[in-house]
Write a protein that binds this ligand. Structure first.
Ligand code: GLV
Ligand code: MN
Ligand code: MN
Ligand code: MN
Length: 415
């Protein structure tokens, strides 16, 4: 591979791809919504599988819905190089988060074909199922199934209507009972490389065209269940009531205060629900969901301990009884230095200076990094906006990212 070799992607195909996918959205929801395991998501992933086949990949769908395309290398017994991302979106999301990485991964296979290159290692192209998570509270569903970290408890996790994650997966035509068979063996994998939009403002602020990620945030999610006492809102004095919503309000502000004190840490509340919507009733219970993120596992544990302590303080203030239940913790994932160095070299071969950065957004690479040396290539997000309809990345930036992805795959193939 030389700098002069034409490894530029076909930008028109990529743009047509995201335009097509942005037509497969739930029009009852705002933005560009293709929520994991929905009708639109199934249609989107069928289309992705079709594109993989047309790119010459042998394509299959596993028991959780991961779409996997293989281009056999000249040495089929060599471990595979995996490229991919996800094509589901958050409700009210954008057109680029995950999608750029899936289209980019397929375009790597298309570019190799155009250039007449057959790699030594097999190339595995993946559209992971439901990276964004669900009301059942489980993120990275497909990559966790592939990494073997999706537990039976999580498959049984239910939303407020009693629908479990297993029900969702079944509803999309897949087989949650066979999830064990989705697991990949580390020995079969040489590397994982994911192209993604930055989703934050740093690259734009720095004037960086290509990012190579150092590490991806760790995440701890929680549910705060609060018990108070159901009472009449007019006759229960302010000093005698036990109001779970007031405790929840303290909980929300505690999330903000604790996270703001911790460097790169962030904390966010998802949903606040109460047992009564009426203003003339003090509800008996309330529930708050949220998450903390940190670049360090120790930082995450510290945030958890502080929130546990704050919940007790809020209980004593409001005469409530709270339980904090911590969900699955994703430890921060450190990207592989050697593979990242290859990505930096690939960027340089394409004429770009790579900018190294931390990702406060989570990715399938977190799960993949437990199986194989992993890295991520970032392209800028306009105004740093993401998980919103305004999410945008210029085609020229996407093209740059795909070329660097292709070159990184070839560097890894030669390493
Ligand atoms: C996914 O985009 C996340 O960071 O939660
Ligand atoms: Mn994403
Ligand atoms: Mn996302
Ligand atoms: Mn009354």
């Amino acid at each position: 591979m030389t700098r002069s070799q034409n490894l530029a992607p076909e930008g028109d195909w990529v743009q047509e791809g995201w335009t097509h996918l942005s037509g497969l959205v739930d029009t009852d929801l705002p933005g560009w919504s293709r929520v994991g395991f929905s009708e639109q998501d199934v249609a989107g992933r069928d289309w992705v599988a079709q594109q993989m086949r047309q790119a010459g990949l042998t394509t299959r769908v596993d028991a959780v819905g991961n779409v996997i395309g293989m281009l056999e290398g000249t040495n089929p017994s060599a471990p595979a190089i995996v490229v991919g991302s996800h094509s589901d979106t958050v409700p009210g999301g954008g057109r680029f988060d995950g999608i750029v990485g899936v289209l980019g991964a397929i375009e790597v296979a298309r570019t190799l074909r155009r250039a007449g290159i057959r790699p030594t290692h097999s190339l595995m192209v993946v559209d992971f199922a439901n990276e964004e998570g669900n009301p059942q509270g489980v993120k990275l569903v497909g990559s966790r199934a592939a990494a073997g970290t999706l537990s039976a408890t999580e498959l049984a996790a239910a939303d407020s209507e009693g629908t479990t994650l297993a029900d969702l997966i079944t509803g999309a035509g897949h087989q949650p009972d066979a999830v064990a068979g989705c697991r990949w063996k580390a020995d079969d994998l040489a590397a994982y490389v994911e192209l993604h939009i930055e989703q934050g403002p740093v690259m734009e602020e720095q004037g960086a065209e290509i990012g190579v990620v150092t590490r991806v945030c760790g995440i701890s999610t929680f549910v705060l269940d609060i018990e108070g006492r159901r009472d009449h809102a007019g006759t229960t004095s302010m000093t005698k009531r036990s109001d779970p919503l007031c405790c929840a309000a303290d909980g929300i502000l505690a999330v903000q205060r604790i996270a703001a004190a911790g460097g790169d840490s962030v904390g966010t509340v998802g949903e606040l629900t109460s047992a009564s919507p009426l203003t003339n009733v003090i509800p008996e219970t309330a529930r708050l969901t949220g998450e903390f993120r940190s670049p360090e596992l120790a930082g995450l544990k510290q945030l958890q301990a502080e929130f546990d302590a704050e919940a007790k303080v809020a209980d004593s203030r409001h005469r409530t009884r709270s339980t904090v239940t911590w969900g699955h913790t994703d430890a921060p994932a450190i990207m592989d230095e050697q593979l990242s160095a290859l990505a930096v070299r690939a960027a340089s071969a394409a004429g770009h200076e790579a900018f190294r950065l931390y990702s406060g957004a989570t990715h399938d690479s977190v799960e993949m990094s437990a199986l194989a040396p992993s890295t991520m290539i970032f392209v800028p997000s306009r105004d740093g906006r993401s998980h919103c309809p305004e999410e945008w990345t210029d085609l020229a930036d996407v093209e740059r990212g795909i070329e660097v992805l292709t070159r990184t795959v070839l560097e890894a193939d030669a390493a």
